[in-house]
Design a protein around this ligand. Structure first.
Ligand SMILES: [Zn+2]
Ligand SMILES: [Zn+2]
Length: 570
């Protein structure tokens, strides 16, 4: 390991300590890092002859850590620090100009915990109003984010979808169009998106292109042709619009929705029937006569299939299911009767319980679950038993004033290292339900993590396992555990697996939903909303559930309140 790499690790420790608001220590780490970086000799060699403690700025504590880095190539202390803070907060610091102090201010003053939220805040001009910021710094933040996004090349569904939907609505109105849709992976509601694609059907392409270019957030028209235009929006997002003839709209929509493997399968079915399928239509091979092209469902029908929702078109058995008439009747937004995972002002949310109750009522929900963090999650202002009981009183009070919606009092309780839960049983018993969550020690071995989760399941108050794999999209992979065993145990214990709909999580993933269903475990969708607007994340939870073939009977949120009570109390 080179000195510069060792220094970088110490500097990261300094950043994180600073982010946590620790005094003095960050400077000590920085100073040691600087001196190590400037040494002429590699530390490996130096250490054989001299004591590391002889390096200026390297005292006992730091010397031990440097030795660990030299011996193992990594530093446990750094891993632990990382686990304590929201993963997204670290990513904020990858934006040029954002150091730990700024990141912490954004977190504390605007409740920004990740890039997605930072971008939203910058786009809606909340950053420029912060003390010490201005138009210029806000612009630099946006440029920095665009830079990072280009690096990974994937956008989160929850970020791309509203942008695309607003633009689609604009073009539809401005060009008075009937036929316009999102395309590609976005129409299939995949968790991350490569490009935003729109598809329109019109015999007056020029008018559609004009409408597209006139959108208020377009910064630059990058390309304009007779059938395709590309624009860049003010936030750096690129959007493609394709315009096809009205009669070819169905074929084009089918083709551009994909996915590729699904389309390959359809083309081969067409071929077997003496037909050929492309973006212009379904044609007879012998005389090129059009068989179908105006509507998507006509194409599927002529191939002997029932049309399936775009979310299923991944060539994961949907074509076989369609042939046999066994397509699932997927869960829909209208089936959702409530949200199980919402944070209030009491922990790290931005709204009061009363505001949440009214927002849930406006959504037409029958119930909403308040689930603030438990005592040992200090970074998220977890609730002591006393504060939790105070929250219960507030909620009961509100229930007397707000009718038409039931406020369930739950908690997002830490699953501790040994699988114990972070409140005593007698407190858990007072709650309507308990979401158990792993927020620490992600790096346990597979066997340890499996045992930890199974031990948590053995607590009779545990109702839902929060974000079961712990992944954070584009930031952190899942932790290791025996999924089959844990899902199986969930089914046997009557514990629901959460589909956390927070845009950065979508955990369970679509494939995990399929597995949960296979093993018979029920799924509970929770938005993990930290503000009222995030209650809208339910859409992405439902979309992911649909991609995972879930039907209303597989999803806890589809139960009316009357049937819910028994299940929650197990
Ligand atoms: Zn959580
Ligand atoms: Zn949460």
């Amino acid at each position: 390991m080179r000195n510069s790499e060792i220094a970088a690790i110490l500097e990261e420790v300094a950043d994180l300590l600073e982010l946590k608001g620790v005094a003095f220590k960050p400077n000590a780490y920085r100073k040691a890092a600087r001196n190590i970086r400037e040494m002429k000799q590699e530390l490996e060699t130096y250490r054989k002859k001299e004591d590391l403690r002889a390096i200026p700025g390297v005292g006992e504590a730091i010397a031990k850590k440097v030795e660990e880095i030299l011996d193992t190539g990594s530093l446990r202390y750094l891993d632990e620090l990382k686990e304590e803070l929201p993963a997204g907060l670290l990513q904020l610091m990858e934006v040029p100009d954002i150091g730990p102090k700024t990141a912490m201010r954004l977190y504390k003053e605007l409740r920004i915990t990740n890039l997605h939220e930072l971008k939203a805040a910058a786009t809606s001009h909340q950053i420029r109003d912060l003390k010490g910021f201005g138009d210029k710094s806000e612009e630099r933040v946006l440029q920095g984010i665009a830079l990072l996004e280009r690096r990974s090349g994937r956008m989160l569904l929850g970020y791309a979808y509203p942008i695309a939907e607003r633009l689609r609505t604009h073009v539809q109105g401005a060009a008075r169009l009937k036929l316009i849709s999102l395309g590609g992976s976005l129409r299939r509601m995949k968790e991350t998106i490569g490009d935003i694609d729109l598809l329109a059907g019109s015999d007056d392409a020029g008018r559609v292109m004009d409408a597209f270019a006139s959108y208020q957030d377009v910064e630059e028209v990058l390309e304009r042709g007779p059938t395709k235009s590309v624009v860049r929006l003010k936030d750096g997002t690129q959007v493609d619009l394709r315009v096809v003839k009205e009669v070819e709209y169905g074929a084009a929509l089918q083709y551009f929705t994909g996915n590729k493997e699904h389309n390959v399968e359809l083309r081969s079915m067409a071929n077997d029937k003496g037909m050929k399928l492309n973006e212009y239509g379904l044609f007879r091979k012998d005389n090129n006569q059009v068989v179908a092209r105006e509507r998507e469902e006509d194409i599927y029908r002529e191939l002997g299939l029932r049309i399936m929702p775009p979310e299923l078109r991944e060539n994961r058995g949907e074509i076989q299911a369609s042939i046999k008439g066994l397509l699932p009747k997927l869960v829909e937004m209208e089936d959702v009767k409530g949200d199980f995972h919402v944070h209030s002002l009491a922990s790290d949310g931005a709204a009061t319980i009363e505001e949440i109750a009214y927002a849930a009522k406006r959504k037409g929900y029958e119930y909403v679950g308040i689930t603030d963090h438990s005592q040992s999650l200090g970074v998220a202002n977890g609730l002591s038993v006393e504060r939790l009981r105070g929250n219960m009183d507030i909620a009961r009070n509100i229930m007397e004033r707000v009718d038409g919606v039931k406020v369930l009092i739950g908690a997002e309780v830490e699953i501790l290292e040994d699988g114990g839960l972070d409140y005593p049983d007698k407190v858990l018993k007072e709650l309507d339900y308990v979401i158990g969550a792993v927020h620490s020690k992600f790096k346990m071995s597979e066997a340890e993590m499996t045992n930890r989760l199974l031990a948590a399941f053995s607590n009779e108050h545990m109702t839902i396992l929060a974000h079961p794999t712990g992944r954070v999209l584009e930031q952190r992979g899942p932790y290791l555990f025996d999924k089959e065993r844990v899902f199986q145990a969930a089914k046997e214990g009557g514990i629901c697996l959460e589909l956390n709909a927070y845009v950065e999580r979508l955990d369970l993933s679509d494939l995990d939903c399929i597995k949960a269903k296979e093993l018979g475990a029920r799924v509970a969708i929770g938005t993990d909303a930290h503000s009222l607007s995030q209650l809208d994340y339910m859409l992405y939870g439902v979309a992911t559930a649909r991609r995972g073939w879930l039907e209303p009977k597989d999803v806890l949120n589809c139960l009316p309140l009357s049937e819910l009570v028994d299940i929650l109390s197990r």
